[in-house]
Design a protein around this ligand. Structure first.
Ligand SMILES: [Fe+2]
Ligand SMILES: [Fe+2]
Length: 250
């Protein structure tokens, strides 16, 4: 059953609503027993667009990306994706990205794309923590570099948002923009699960919904301080569909 989103539905005076299937953290492995083909076939029947919210591969190996690309042949709808931290692990992120792009995926890394009158804006995001407890730019250069990376991802999101002129917009992230959807993870790792800087940027724009992954033990639904609906669609998170993917009507 589709998740109906009031904020999104309110923006659909022009154009037909589209059904978006969103799932994160596939963590495709070389020696995995299960393939994603059946899942992609099912999603192609249920939705108009598939969104993958990062950690496409388990260790960022090109071979893992090739397996995903082969499985994506079973997907007959457009695919939008961002990368996750795992896709960087083997130092071959350019190869992974190229393989995924060659499979026809709209891989967003600070860009936007428009499909069926909906704008998709994607950036990986980064760590840093939430609210008034966010890591600040103080002290050692390594800490300042970490905060600078977090700020940079938010600015890249902002630049991509400025390029979108659609009535309806979905923001696609890997890291969480709000603390609500990471609840259930150990408290000690909250600062490594996302950053409120992303939500601050999102709230400067009109956004239909936000999807992210990364917090495997988080919860499905949250909201930015400005009211934009946020969904943690990591495949391990329980969703209204009862399936590994969420369905959003936008
Ligand atoms: Fe993950
Ligand atoms: Fe991750």
């Amino acid at each position: 059953m589709a998740e109906r989103n009031e904020a999104a539905m309110a923006t659909t005076e022009t154009g037909r609503t589209i059904r978006i299937a969103a799932v994160g953290d596939l963590h495709v492995q070389e020696d995995a027993q299960a393939s994603c083909r059946d899942l992609f076939r099912e999603i192609s029947r249920e939705a108009d667009v598939l969104v993958l919210t990062g950690d496409l591969t388990n260790l960022g190996k090109p071979r893992e990306a090739e397996i995903l690309a082969e499985d994506l042949r079973a997907c007959t709808i457009p695919v939008v994706a961002v990368l996750g931290n795992h896709d960087y692990e083997s130092g071959a992120v350019e190869d992974v990205a190229n393989i995924v792009r060659q499979a026809g995926v709209h891989l967003l890394d600070g860009q936007s794309t428009e499909i069926k009158e909906v704008g998709f804006v994607g950036v990986k995001g980064f760590v840093g923590g939430f609210g008034s407890r966010m890591l600040g730019s103080f002290g050692e250069p390594a800490i300042k570099a970490m905060v600078a990376e977090s700020v940079s991802e938010s600015m890249r999101l902002e630049n991509a948002m400025r390029q979108v002129h659609t009535e309806r917009t979905l923001v696609v992230l890997h890291y969480a923009p709000v603390v609500e959807t990471v609840a259930g993870e150990p408290l000690e790792i909250f600062p490594f699960l996302g950053s409120s800087r992303l939500a601050e940027t999102i709230d400067r724009f009109k956004v239909s919904a936000v999807v992210h992954g990364h917090a495997h033990r988080g919860v499905y639904e949250g909201r930015t301080p400005g009211g934009a609906p946020v969904y943690n669609v990591a495949m391990h998170v329980a969703k209204p569909t009862g399936r590994p993917y969420a369905l959003l009507e936008i």
